[in-house]
Design a binder for this molecule. Structure first.
Ligand SMILES: O=C(O)CCC(=O)C(=O)O
Ligand SMILES: [Fe+2]
Length: 346
């Protein structure tokens, strides 16, 4: 495989024109140094440089300053015996710089803490559980049946989440949350900044398993479905979570609720929004509440690699998240009406 940073141009004919030529049957392995190649091609115009096309020693990239010089060289020497280069028959094609893989989170700044992130109501606690507890939780869910969606697998406890209506069936109680999360529920109560914790904080759990490279479309968890507090525990692999505040939003624009991941991400090119992101390492607990829960879309990009500053962090083979929420019993009365299905539809 070529590692030279160049590739064939897309398209044919004129559109192939480029100042760079890939030249085969020519190079140090057949006694032609890069300097010798450069001076031979200089007769067509300014040569910026010559580099190896691969490890073979017989294929090079010749970079001219101008397309016209490359065209002249191509016409004169392609598939011909070349007197200036030991009579070798050169095989040429145009070459263009290989496009960089776009895994760059579209250059959103990624924070490591809630303070850096600075979205009211979004809190992050690292190492919320131990490695041992993480292992136990993963073992517990892996022993239970998964439901396969198009790109990820889910389990629901307490109440089922219905993706078609972006809501829960609140009349169908599936039972108390399973005992393997009891210690998480106890810890959740002591999450810093929570006020009155006398009543049950959560009664619904969605477990999501994302294979490497799978994310979740931008959405706001439906206001009428769940109360204020949404806790999300990350296990196994890391990811970044992006938050978007749309300036002209309404409750279902661009996607207010959890839809199956791949549907909307392609349309998720943000233009009219403020974007912030946070890195979610395994065992961290994220709390979305208040403005961050009601008025910001959250989104997990479909990337195999997350760019954090200039560091790339490869996603693990899977990330499993436990999202704890409380099913809402009456209409939502938040102060973010434009994102609130309870207040816009009533
Ligand atoms: O995987 C996560 O951390 C978030 C899941 C989520 O946003 C949801 O289920 O609504
Ligand atoms: Fe969500």
């Amino acid at each position: 495989m070529s590692k030279n940073g160049f590739t064939r141009p897309k398209g044919t004919g004129e559109s192939n024109s480029s100042p760079n030529l890939y030249v085969a049957n020519c190079g140090p392995a057949v006694g032609l140094t890069h300097d010798a190649i450069k001076s031979a091609f200089q007769i067509f115009g300014d040569v910026i440089g010559v580099q190896s096309a691969d490890d073979s020693g017989v294929r090079v990239i010749v970079c001219f300053a101008e397309d016209t010089a490359a065209q002249a060289a191509f016409q004169a020497w392609n598939e011909k015996s070349c007197p200036n280069l030991a009579g070798r028959v050169l095989h040429m094609r145009y070459s263009v710089p290989r496009p960089q893989k776009v895994n760059s989170n579209d250059s959103v700044v990624v924070s490591h803490s809630e303070r850096e992130l600075g979205i009211p109501g979004i809190h992050l606690m690292h190492e919320f559980i131990t490695l041992e507890e993480e292992k136990e939780l993963l073992k517990a869910v892996d022993e239970r049946p998964w439901k396969s969606l198009a790109k990820r697998r889910v389990q629901h406890y307490g109440y089922e989440f219905l993706y078609e209506i972006r809501n829960v069936d609140s009349k169908q109680f599936l039972g108390e949350l399973p005992s393997f999360v009891s210690h998480i529920l106890q810890k959740i109560v002591s999450f810093p900044g929570l006020g009155d914790t006398s009543s049950k904080l959560v009664d619904q759990l969605t477990v999501n398993e994302y294979p490497c490279g799978v994310g979740l479309s931008p959405h706001i968890d439906t206001h009428s479905a769940f109360d204020d507090l949404i806790f999300s525990l990350s296990l196994a692999g890391s990811c970044i979570m992006e938050f978007r505040q749309y300036t002209e939003g309404n409750w279902n624009s661009p996607a207010s609720s959890v839809v199956d991941a791949e549907e909307l991400t392609k349309s998720a090119k943000p233009s009219n929004c403020t974007r912030k992101a946070v890195f979610l390492p395994p065992r961290s607990m994220l709390l979305m509440s208040g403005e961050g829960r009601y008025a910001w879309h959250h989104y997990i990009p479909h990337h195999k690699v997350d760019m954090i500053g200039d560091r790339s962090v490869r996603r693990g083979s899977r990330r499993v998240s436990f999202t704890f929420r409380k099913v809402r019993k009456g209409p939502c009365q938040c102060n973010y009406r434009q994102f609130c299905d309870s207040q816009l539809e009533s």
